[in-house]
Design a protein around this ligand. Structure first.
Ligand SMILES: Cc1cc2nc3c(=O)[nH]c(=O)nc-3n(C[C@H](O)[C@H](O)[C@H](O)COP(=O)(O)OP(=O)(O)OC[C@H]3O[C@@H](n4cnc5c(N)ncnc54)[C@H](O)[C@@H]3O)c2cc1C
Ligand code: FES
Length: 369
């Protein structure tokens, strides 16, 4: 497989709001870079202390049909290192090191399908949803999209004009419902006042008689509070969990500590071997045809131990959110500090995230995707 690292040129910038910019990239030789709606680019920027390279994930707001261009949209996080660096310094003509698109929070267009896609997002959470929205409208002529989009006020709406144009371009197929917590103007049609919570979402979804809630596919991306509320609303509507996908940009305050193990029992160990303690243990990682064995100290994650040994494994957020470092635990038991990025079904299949994983047994073998 070719290297996942690329150097891209910044070819255009679009100021979306005072605090958000879309950065359009192209490969210097206009090479096509494969991506799926909902995936993210990892930007690698030497803006850390002493020029240390920092990685951050940014969802693609572009769609594959915009190739060879790729775009990400970055919103300023108060006090944040990379978002402020980008908003303050990014220039057309600059070269940026990136890792090719990754991620499993994707919506794959199926040209023959006639489905209802419901996207619920707030703030910068719009970025992967925007890519899914544009791809569905373009590639699935019989599908409908409802976007419920929460923001502080009219001025903080990222892609406001584009969304308006798309509603006109796809009449009856795209509906955008804005929710403003502190609106600047009195609310109008398709604009709601208040927080994007379960009551607001239920009201919007129930108004949509044409949208059969349980059959629709739901994609959620925004702050933790919004996603908890949205999930509660969907549960009340009887939407099965298998129809709901979510992505978080930030780790929840209280991480859901959990343990994953190889699912069919082959990796189980006896109580004497598995004392459940995080102690130094040797781990085997298989990646792109190579096998690496290394010791993971109790204070390290599996990824940190691998990077200390200069083993080049894929990673981005290092917080258990983006799934760039996902692997399948084919033997042994792994403790995860955070499992936000993994669905219940992935957990059952034995998937782990090595950036938040610690070996609990001496026989851990992980196949990295
Ligand atoms: C899969 C994935 C996709 C992402 N896509 C986008 C995107 O499309 N656009 C985008 O702007 N960001 C996106 N992010 C967030 C992005 O990767 C960075 O975390 C964000 O830009 C903050 O980085 P920083 O260096 O400025 O802040 P840091 O210096 O890393 O963090 C400063 C503080 O801000 C908190 N923080 C981080 N992100 C947020 C946030 N979004 N809101 C509130 N607090 C935050 C951190 O927890 C930390 O406490 C995505 C993250 C993930 C995991
Ligand atoms: S690097 Fe993002 S989940 Fe591990």
């Amino acid at each position: 497989m070719s290297s996942p690292y690329l150097t891209l040129n910044v070819v255009e910038l679009t100021q979306e709001t005072p605090d958000a910019v879309t950065i359009h990239f192209e490969h210097p030789s206009r090479q096509l870079i494969a991506s799926q709606p909902g995936q993210f680019l990892t930007l690698i920027l030497p803006c850390g202390p002493g020029g240390k390279k920092e990685r951050r994930a940014y969802s693609l707001s572009s769609t594959p049909h915009e190739a060879p261009r790729l775009a990400v949209t970055v919103k300023r996080v108060p006090g944040g290192l990379v978002s402020n660096h980008l908003l303050d310094t990014v220039r057309v003509g600059q070269q940026v090191e990136v890792m090719a698109p990754l991620g499993n929070f994707t919506l794959m267009p199926q040209p023959g399908s006639a489905r209802s896609v419901v996207l619920v997002g707030a703030g910068s959470g719009i970025t992967p949803l925007m890519s899914m929205l544009k791809a569905t409208l373009r590639e699935e002529p019989q599908s409908q999209v409802l976007l419920v989009y929460g923001n502080r006020n009219e001025d903080s709406v990222i892609f406001g004009r584009q969304l308006q144009q798309l509603e006109q371009q796809y009449p009856g197929r795209l509906q955008v419902e804005h929710v403003f917590s502190q609106p600047l103007r009195p609310s109008a049609e398709h604009k709601h006042t208040g927080r994007l919570n379960r009551t607001t979402l239920l009201r919007i979804l129930e108004q949509r008689h044409r949208l059969p809630a349980p059959q629709a596919e739901y994609f959620l991306c925004g702050p933790e509070g919004m996603m908890v509320e949205a999930q509660a609303a969907l549960e009340l509507l009887g939407v099965p969990a298998s129809r709901i996908r979510r992505e978080s940009f930030v780790a929840a305050a209280e991480s859901a500590e959990t343990a994953a193990s190889q699912p069919n029992g082959h990796g189980d160990v006896s109580a004497a071997e598995d004392d459940g303690k995080v102690v130094a243990r040797t781990v085997t990682v298989q990646y792109e045809g190579s096998e690496y064995q290394f010791v993971v100290e109790p204070s390290q994650t599996i990824l940190e131990a691998a990077l200390n040994q200069d083993i080049d494994l894929p990673y981005s957020c290092q917080a258990g959110l983006c799934t760039a470092c996902r692997g399948k635990c084919i033997s042994g038991k792994v403790h995860l500090d955070e499992r936000e990025g993994l669905s219940d079904s992935e957990m059952k299949q034995g998937y782990v995230l090595i950036c938040v994983g610690h070996p609990l047994t001496n026989d851990v073998v992980i196949e990295v995707d």
